[in-house]
Design a protein around this ligand. Structure first.
Ligand SMILES: [Zn+2]
Length: 124
């Protein structure tokens, strides 16, 4: 079992769940034509962080999510600051922009669909 999962804590747990939810909304709404597969999770704790459900995503979104999860777990700061306020740009080139696009799209999506409760749940 990779050591990196020992870095999971409550805060990161939640951040990972938000990231996964946002990416899955984005993928569902924007990548209907892509071939999708279950995002495979080999670590039980990580599976638990993701709410014990299978995420079905296209290949790009699966890559983005695993990149995001790895970066979250490897974050050198404790507590982890909000990524958008952080001075360390740890995401690989291209990924940062994509994650921002995902966050913007899915955040708006939740607002438009009256899921302010989820936003409150995520950000406060
Ligand atoms: Zn996708």
């Amino acid at each position: 079992m990779p050591k990196i999962f020992e870095r999971l804590d409550k805060k990161k747990d939640k951040d990972i769940r938000v990231l996964a939810n946002f990416i899955s909304i984005f993928c569902r709404e924007n990548h209907q034509l892509e071939t999708k597969n279950v995002f495979s999770i080999k670590d039980a704790r990580l599976h638990n962080s993701l709410g014990n459900k299978d995420l079905v995503l296209c290949q790009d979104c699966r890559k983005l999510l695993s990149h995001g999860i790895a970066k979250l777990l490897l974050c050198p700061y404790d507590p982890k600051p909000m990524c958008k306020k952080c001075e360390t740009h740890c995401y690989a080139p291209g990924y940062r922009e994509r994650v921002r696009e995902v966050m913007r799209f899915s955040g708006l999506y939740l607002v438009k669909h009256g899921r302010l409760d989820l936003m409150v749940h995520y950000f406060f």
